[in-house]
Structures are given as C-alpha cells and as structure tokens.
Design a binder for this molecule. Structure first.
Ligand SMILES: *Cc1c(COP(=O)(O)O)cnc(C)c1O
Length: 428
C-alpha cells in the first residue's frame, strides 16, 4: 500500500469536494438549480428526515453545488465540516443561534467590520443576546470582560478596516481558560494567509463575498467547524448537548462527534432561520476559490508596493499596513500571515476631511464604493460614507477619523494603480 499523499493548498483550492459529475461527466461542478430532490422510496424519505442517512431533501438545507463549496472551504481551513449560507452576516447569526440562549452574553473585539458591530449591538438585542466589547490588541481585556454568562468570544484575524493583526493564540488562551469557543472571522485573511485553526480557533466564519469569491459578483457566507470544542464536557450549550425536541430527542454532540456544530448549524439553525445560499452564487464563489492562492498573493504584493509608495508621498500623514517595516503589527504579521498582510489598509491625508473627499472624487481606475476583496481596486473615505452617522470621537476610536482613506488593492498592474493615486493626489 502506498501512503496517501496529503494534497497541498493549491490543489485543494481547485479539487477539494469536487469530482466529475457522476450523472453526466461534467468536469465543472454543475449548478444544481432545483428546490427539491426525489426520494428513492418511503423508507429513504423517513431515514432522511430522521438524520439516519445524509442526503438532499430541499435546497434551503442542502444542495449538491453548495455541498462542494462547503467541503472546499472546510478543507482549506483544515476543519471537520463546513456550511455555506446566504451572506457573512447570516453565518454569524447562525453561529450565535446555535450557541446562545436568551440572556446569554458573548465578548467581541471592538475592532470589527462595521456591519458586525451593528448586528451585535442592535439586532442581537432582540433575541436577548448581549455583546460585551474588548480590545483586539489586548488579550487581557477579553479576560476582564468575562462573566458567568459569557458563552463565546468573537474576533477577526485581520481586523477591518485598520490593518490590525490579531494575536489569535493569546485570545484563544483566554477562551480555553473560560471554557468557551473562540469564533474567528477570517474574511480579510482567507485561509491562504492564515489558518485560525492552527492558533486555537473553534469556529471560523467567512464573508465569501470578499476575497474567497474574489470577483465582486456574489454575496455568500460560510461557517467552518474546527472540531475542537468539547460540547458534552461543557454542558453549557443545550442545542449541542441536550436531546433535540425537533429531531426525536437525538443529541447532536453525541450523534455527530467532532462535526456536530456544523450539523446543528445546518439542520437546526439554517433549517429554521432560512438564509440559504443560491446554487448559482455557490457556483460563482467556487469558481473564484480555484484561483484564491494566485489572487491573494498578487493582492498582497500589489498592496505592499502601494503602501510603500504612499508612505513616501508628501500629502500622506501616515500609512497603517502591517506589511510595512516599522508598523506596530509587523511582528504579528510575520507570525500569523507571513505570505502577506492582506489587501485592505488605511492611510491618513494631511489635508483632513476635504482632502479625503477630493481624493475619492478624482480617482479613475479605483472605484469609490463600500466593498473590499474584488479583482478591482476600491477606495472609500469612511468619514463621509460608512462612518457618517458617528460622532467625531466614535469615528476616531473606530479608526475612521476625518483624514482616513481605506483602500482594497486589486489585481491590476501595480504601476497603473499607483499612477491613478498619483494623479488623484495631485488634485488634492
Ligand atoms: C463583509 C464582511 C462581513 C459581512 O459579510 P456579508 O457577506 O456582507 O454579509 C463580515 N465580516 C467581515 C470582516 C466583512 O468584511
């Protein structure tokens, strides 16, 4: 017997979860554009509904195109199972729906994607789920925020928008002491730059909308079960460790072992809350992932060159990119994402608010919009857009002061990207 080779990351990005279509031989993963699937017979139907066999029933819960995407992401992250859903925010909502009961708390890093701050602060309150904030650059602040009601800790690996690299292992140590799972949003890094599972994550969430899909054409999200958390030992997560009344009393953690969280998120939370991904979006994102390693490396190389160029420009006050020599997060970047510090960073203009407006008004190659992780270079001035509703003080604390501009550097020729910034800065 030959020992089985473990495929490398590039191979997994192209092949994991997929095989030629057994019915037609189609080499690309087909778009199974169907709502529902015919049962073999009455016994098969009953076994499916009892979770005794796995299989397709209805595309809100499971679909073959979605299944390939799930296996691919789980393989790239090194987890036990994945779940693909309609958006990054849906992934977050489903994770907490499994973990939390009314009255429970979780701790989240203060430095998060703005939409996550809104979701946690306002929407989750309606479920009686409560967030306490900590500082992602200070693991001790997570320990200080723990209470007997804390059920989880949530961080981003590379924090949006400020180019912060989180010390995942240090915060994982706090989660382990407290006996709660660590959830890592790995959207900005992708598993190409860092694999949170290797640093103590228990659950990973993604907005597939960004670098994983990579082409700015589809919204999607994913959950990866790392298979590391002992739900039966803890007993604090009834959805995982108590008999489920909606499945004849089976206990997910007993029946499904180290991929029980992914199963619960699918057959309980996705089934009942309903944010399913469309097969077409799953197909587009799957196609994007095939080139993830190539794209991410080019994103990082272009970004480092742009950040270096900006840091020497006379109209630029500062550049916050963890890949730059001398940056305060450089050491963490070398440890957590040695291939590059991502493609999203902020810089400050000496001319303040007016200069920010002038810059976004004068770019030609860059698109002025509120997204990241496209093949195209993107720019935004947070103070006049995404962070408009906040006070000056809140804006400054969020890293979105009047002078701040955020870039998501694309895959164009780097000379063209720099030339566009050069001509736009001349107009500032
Ligand atoms: C965009 C984003 C989200 C939300 O994802 P959607 O797909 O837009 O719902 C969550 N976290 C991070 C870091 C993001 O960039």
């Amino acid at each position: 017997m030959t020992t089985e080779r473990k495929p490398g990351f590039n191979t997994l990005a192209i092949h994991a979860g997929a095989q030629p279509d057994p019915a037609t031989g189609a080499r690309a993963t087909p778009i199974y554009q169907t709502t529902s699937f015919v049962f073999d017979d009455v016994e098969h139907a009953a076994a499916l509904f009892n979770l005794e066999v796995f299989g397709n029933i209805y595309s809100r819960i499971m679909n073959p195109t979605q299944a390939v995407l799930e296996e691919r992401i789980a393989a790239l992250e090194g987890g036990t199972a994945g779940l693909a859903v309609a958006s990054g925010h849906a992934a977050q909502a489903l994770v907490f729906h499994v973990l939390l009961d009314p009255g429970d708390e979780f701790i989240a890093a203060r430095q998060l994607y703005g939409g996550s701050i809104n979701q946690f602060t306002h929407s989750f309150k309606k479920f009686d789920w409560h967030v306490r904030w900590a500082d992602t650059t200070d693991a001790a602040s997570f320990r200080a925020a723990l209470t007997p009601k804390t059920k989880a800790i949530f961080i981003e690996s590379i924090a949006n928008p400020g180019g912060i690299i989180t010390d995942i292992a240090a915060i994982s140590a706090v989660a382990k002491e407290a006996g709660v799972p660590l959830i890592v949003d790995n959207t900005l890094a992708t598993p190409y730059l860092t694999r949170p599972i290797e640093h103590g994550a228990d659950i990973i969430v993604h907005s597939l909308t960004k670098f994983l899909g990579g082409h700015g054409n589809s919204i999607g999200g994913a959950i990866v079960d790392c298979g590391t958390f002992d739900w039966l030992k803890s007993k604090r997560y009834p959805t995982m460790s108590s008999p489920s009344p909606s499945y004849h009393g089976i206990t997910f953690a007993e029946t499904f072992g180290n991929f029980a969280f992914a199963i619960a998120a699918r057959v309980f939370s996705l089934r009942d809350l309903g944010p399913a991904i469309s097969p077409f979006n799953a197909f587009l994102i799957l196609t994007g992932i095939e080139t993830l390693p190539l794209r991410m490396q080019r994103h990082c190389d272009n970004t480092l060159a742009v950040a270096k160029w900006l840091s020497k420009h006379p109209k630029v006050a500062w550049v916050n990119y963890a890949g730059l020599p001398g940056n305060e997060f450089r050491a963490l970047a070398e440890r957590y994402c040695p291939k590059g510090a991502g493609a999203v960073f902020t810089f400050g203009l000496k001319g303040g608010y007016e200069a920010g407006i002038a810059l976004v008004s004068n770019v030609k190659l860059f698109s002025h919009l509120a997204n990241i992780g496209d093949t195209k270079s993107l720019i935004i001035h947070p103070a006049s857009t995404t962070h408009r509703q906040l006070t000056d003080e809140q804006r400054t604390r969020a890293g979105a002061g009047a002078e701040v501009v955020r870039l998501s550097v694309g895959l164009e020729d780097v000379d063209d990207i720099i030339a566009d910034l050069d001509q736009a800065l001349a107009a500032v």
